[in-house]
Write a protein that binds this ligand. Structure first.
Ligand code: PAF
Length: 283
């Protein structure tokens, strides 16, 4: 039976009652899809107690319209959690998490300087702050995040390491539709025609991956080829090639890199990325 609580005290109490062995936390903003299900399944396989948090965190939304339009489906989410044998769903209200606007927030410097950072002011501060709060509330041994949000993952890893938070961060590969589109709660907002256009981001990233695999080392050349795959109806926000740990742009590709992009399809913003490891020289 999946227990549900919307309060921090209730969550702590229920956890004290059901906590045994390794505790895994899957932090989400709800509107659960197969990508979240994968995170939960992996947590279920590795932990004795699985907690899913569902909280649409206002602190990480840079545009009020995006917060308003963010899909919410608590009842369906609870059914998903129950079908995946989640032990506890923590779905707090905004008042519970932020009884007063916080004066103490978490800023992970430098890692948010590129990719999504400049386009979403305050976003990563909001993410790092709420994730640290969730870690403090649930005190998990392991926490599960999707590779689709690679910059978020790098920031959380660094926060945990810099602040000695005793939790293992588990990265779970991106789940994709058959045409390559990465699963995202925001995909629900796409019209039929927009849905067809949306997979072009994956095609652009694949083009970059193919160029890197073929031995191209100049990041500018790789980027140009990738951007060339995007149809005219797509608005490109960024397509960057960065080092996978600190998310800093590279000019020359001489080790593993992450190729990451953000596009707008109509009024929906989508992100995706691929880790690319160039072949050894001489092979
Ligand atoms: O990836 C998300 O859904 C959110 O950014 C997270 C990690 C749940 C924090 O609100």
């Amino acid at each position: 039976m999946t227990a549900l609580t919307d309060s921090i005290a209730g969550g702590r109490e229920k956890l004290a009652a059901c906590r045994s062995g390794t505790v895994g936390l899957v932090p989400t903003m709800g509107a659960l899809h197969a990508g979240h299900a994968r995170l939960i399944e992996i947590a279920r396989g590795e932990c004795q107690t699985v907690v899913v948090s569902i909280f649409v965190n206002p602190l990480q939304f840079d545009r009020p319209s995006d917060l308003e339009r963010y899909p919410r489906s608590l009842q369906r989410d609870l059914e998903v959690c129950s079908s995946l044998s989640v032990d506890l769903v923590f779905a707090p209200t905004e008042r519970e998490v932020y009884p007063v606007p916080p004066l103490c927030t978490v800023e992970v410097a430098r890692l948010g300087d590129h990719l999504c950072g400049p386009y979403r002011p305050g976003h990563f501060r909001g993410v790092a702050t709420v994730v640290l709060k969730l870690f403090d509330i649930v005190q998990p041994d392991r926490a599960y995040f999707g590779e689709k949000d690679a910059q978020q993952l790098a920031i959380i890893r660094r926060m945990v390491s810099d602040l000695n938070v005793p939790v293992a961060i588990v990265e779970v590969p991106t789940v994709r539709e058959p045409d390559g589109l990465a699963l995202s709660s925001r995909n629900q907002r796409l019209s039929e025609n927009e849905r067809l256009l949306a997979s072009s981001l994956y095609q652009a990233l694949r083009e970059a991956a193919d160029q890197i695999a073929a031995g191209v080392r100049d990041a500018r050349v790789v980027k140009q080829a990738a951007v060339g795959k995007l149809p005219g109806q797509i608005r490109l926000e960024y397509l960057e090639i960065v080092d996978p740990d600190e998310m800093q742009p590279v000019d020359h590709i001489d080790g593993a890199v992450r190729v990451a992009g953000a596009i707008w399809v109509g009024s929906t913003r989508l992100i995706d990325n691929l880790l690319c490891v160039p072949p050894e020289k001489g092979h």
